[in-house]
Design a protein around this ligand. Structure first.
Ligand code: ADP
Length: 173
């Protein structure tokens, strides 16, 4: 039984990819749904237009014993007690277009694009000294099916290839 987080800035393609992974015998759950299930939702945040989630309380309460192979989708999923982490990245210019299409406010788009530019998710992984196997994938020019193949191979291969730091550096491009 493995619990795998799929994380990365909103808009990088997490939900698109997990939809295909559900065919590969994984149960898919979102951090949002887990927060609801465990009563770890906070107030509605007007600035981000989303529900706050108490991710650290959720991490304490998240019961994994009864779960089979599971993928947890969400930009905070790496902060849960998972066995491995997949971090998706996306070129900030394309990310900006994707988030604009979602109708996000200018402020929310900028915050997320900047988070991606500075590899914010990686900063958290390093700050919290997370030591699970990590796979970093660039979704910019890659079809979801192709990414799914890489992911299922990585999992079936026992997470052999691992990253310990961001290999993708948008600021250097
Ligand atoms: P997230 O779950 O990370 O917030 P989504 O999966 O909702 O991101 O994807 C955001 C947008 O980008 C969607 O419109 C989706 O169709 C598109 N998208 C996601 N992954 C890819 C990909 N690999 N190639 C092309 N478009 C993608």
């Amino acid at each position: 039984m493995s619990i795998i987080a799929i994380t990365g800035t909103p808009g990088v393609g997490k939900t698109t990819i997990v939809k295909s992974l559900s065919d590969a015998n994984f149960t898919i759950i979102s951090v949002k749904d887990l927060a609801k299930q465990y009563g770890c939702e906070g107030d509605f945040d007007e600035a981000t237009q989303s529900m706050d989630i108490d991710i650290h309380r959720l991490a304490e309460q998240f019961e994994t014993d009864a779960l089979g192979d599971t993928i947890v989708d969400g930009h905070l999923s790496h902060l849960l007690d998972v066995d491995a982490i997949i971090i998706l990245r996306c070129n900030p210019t394309l990310l900006k277009e994707r988030l604009a299409k979602r109708g996000y406010s200018e402020q929310k788009i900028t915050a997320n694009v900047e988070w991606e530019m500075i590899a914010g998710t990686w900063s958290e992984i390093i700050e919290f000294e997370l030591d699970q196997p990590i796979l970093e994938l660039d979704t910019t020019n890659c079809e979801p099916e192709e990414l799914c193949e890489v992911i299922t191979h990585w999992i079936n291969d026992g997470y052999s290839q691992q990253s310990t730091h961001a290999r993708i550096d948008w600021l250097a491009e």
